[in-house]
Design a protein around this ligand. Structure first.
Ligand SMILES: *[C@@H]1O[C@H](CO)[C@@H](O)[C@H](O)[C@H]1NC(C)=O
Ligand SMILES: *[C@@H]1O[C@H](CO)[C@@H](O)[C@H](O)[C@H]1NC(C)=O
Ligand SMILES: *[C@@H]1O[C@H](CO)[C@@H](O)[C@H](O)[C@H]1NC(C)=O
Ligand SMILES: *[C@@H]1O[C@H](CO)[C@@H](O)[C@H](O)[C@H]1NC(C)=O
Ligand SMILES: *[C@@H]1O[C@H](CO)[C@@H](O)[C@H](O)[C@H]1NC(C)=O
Length: 425
């Protein structure tokens, strides 16, 4: 009985922990040298991560000949948008292509999810033509159905289907779009517009914006706390920090490397930040639940809220909470609600309350063993039961939203406990 139980535990736990899908588009295409260009661009643009983080999708692969028409002299950001148009957010295999109701449909693509697709340029028109031919074209008015289905490459029902089409689906608007060069991007202006004025002004006053700018060329991912985040309970008084600590805190809000959301979702190792000076220092861990991505500092966690910019090599996101590194703030900047076992080494797998977990329940980081700098706020200042994870808690409290604020290991343990007792009772 107990070994059965253990087996269940292991199976269920690994199913949950693995989380995202089992497919790997790079690996699927690796065995087909005729798509090597297409595959290489999926990797360079990190669209491969985005594809791997989704299910129920169809990838319209282009062979090396067709790919050369797309690549031309276009910059990577333009190629990326074009390739996004070749990832359909629905599952089509050869059979389904021939069974489209009324013979024609518009299907949503990854390009639509960027929020930057004008008109219906984020959609692809699939039409079952006479003679068994299936045509593909941009949905934009006046576009031709000048690409067609060639053959099936690989199907993993109903997670991913890879089909070859004869030529690229071109939206003239995308190819004509001037590629914003990363050096043209005004980070502070973008942040101000996205509701992160406090963060933007701190970057400027501390000079850290220069560090950000010089890191862009090698890839940069910014996690910008919203203005509300700085007003939340438990945020240390920054005016009481030394200049060096403010700099480290701000550098901690940017990861080295370009990590669009699909990459964050598939990231399993801790990611280093611009504050990282040695292995395991000032890093962030990432967890994903459905479409929600959560960053964990070791002190507390924060939801990744919105994408402000996703343009290779720079990604900018807003986050709900100020990210407090353990190196500066120890385990718990805001005191635990009365009775909360702050120092408990293992998260208690209680299922009692799916309410947002207080920051102090975060799994302790091994780094916290070194004496943490005391937070500026004193324990008495924090309310006994105020949500310490920022304004997000007050927003759309759907089950999904609530779940991502709960300490992930505790949530998993709780789920496993519930499922196992249901199965075994
Ligand atoms: C499809 O994806 C789910 C996760 O989203 C995964 O559990 C399952 O194993 C995948 N199916 C196949 C056949 O790979
Ligand atoms: C996907 O497959 C490629 C090629 O086999 C491999 O290099 C890569 O690490 C795999 N990615 C993941 C996330 O497993
Ligand atoms: C797809 O394009 C064809 C040809 O331009 C057009 O006749 C058809 O109405 C379009 N389909 C949809 C769903 O808009
Ligand atoms: C960037 O935007 C900020 C705020 O909008 C402005 O003050 C600054 O001059 C701009 N920088 C450049 C280089 O244009
Ligand atoms: C909350 O819901 C509103 C309306 O349904 C929506 O506009 C908003 O984007 C949602 N916010 C979040 C953080 O999900």
């Amino acid at each position: 009985m107990s070994s059965t139980r253990n087996l269940f535990l292991v199976l269920i736990f690994s199913a949950i922990a693995t989380g995202i899908s089992a497919h790997n588009i790079t690996d699927i295409l690796k065995d087909h040298p005729e798509y090597s260009q297409f595959n290489s661009y999926l990797t360079q643009t990190k669209l491969a991560d985005e594809i791997n983080s989704r299910t129920t999708i169809t990838v319209l692969a282009l062979n090396n000949g067709a790919m050369s028409a797309l690549v031309g002299k276009n910059p990577l950001s333009v190629i990326k948008n074009e390739l996004r148009l070749h990832v359909l957010l629905d599952y089509y295999d050869g059979q389904k292509l021939h069974q489209i109701s009324k013979g024609t449909t518009l299907t949503t693509t990854l390009y639509q999810t960027t929020g930057n697709a004008p008109g219906n340029s984020g959609f692809v028109n699939i039409t079952d033509l006479q003679g068994g031919k299936v045509g593909f074209g941009a949905a934009a008015a006046g576009s031709k159905l000048d690409s067609s289905y060639s053959k099936s490459v690989k199907q993993i029902p109903y997670n991913i289907s890879v089909l070859e089409i004869s030529s690229p689906i071109i939206v003239p608007g995308i190819l004509a779009a001037p590629a914003p060069s990363a050096s043209d991007v005004n980070i502070t202006a973008l942040l101000e517009k996205a509701g992160c004025k406090t963060f933007a002004s701190l970057l400027v006053s501390s000079g850290v914006v220069k560090t950000y700018e010089s890191a862009i060329a090698d890839g940069l991912t910014v996690f910008a706390p919203s203005d509300e985040a700085f007003k939340a309970e438990g945020v240390p008084d920054l005016s009481k920090l030394s200049n060096a600590d403010v700099v480290a805190l701000l550098e901690y809000h940017a990861a080295s490397g370009y990590n669009p959301v699909g990459t964050l979702k598939t990231t399993k190792k801790p990611i280093s930040t611009l504050a990282t000076r040695g292995p395991g220092k000032f890093d962030l861990t990432v967890t994903t639940a459905g479409d929600e991505v959560t960053l964990h500092t070791g002190v507390a966690s924060s939801r990744v809220a919105d994408t402000v910019l996703d343009s290779t090599p720079l990604a900018i996101f807003t986050v709900d909470n100020v990210l407090l590194p353990t190196e500066l703030f120890g385990k718990a900047p805001s005191p635990a609600p009365a009775g909360e076992p702050v120092t408990s080494p293992s998260p208690a797998p209680t299922i009692a309350s799916p309410t947002p977990a207080p920051a102090s329940v975060e799994a302790p980081s091994p780094l916290a063993a070194s004496p943490p700098a005391p937070p500026t706020g004193t324990p008495a200042e924090a309310p006994a039961d105020g949500p310490s994870d920022g304004p997000a808690g007050s927003e759309n409290s759907t089950a999904d939203n609530a779940a991502v604020h709960v300490n992930a290991p505790a949530l998993l343990a709780a789920l496993v406990t519930v499922i196992c007792s249901a199965l075994l009772s």
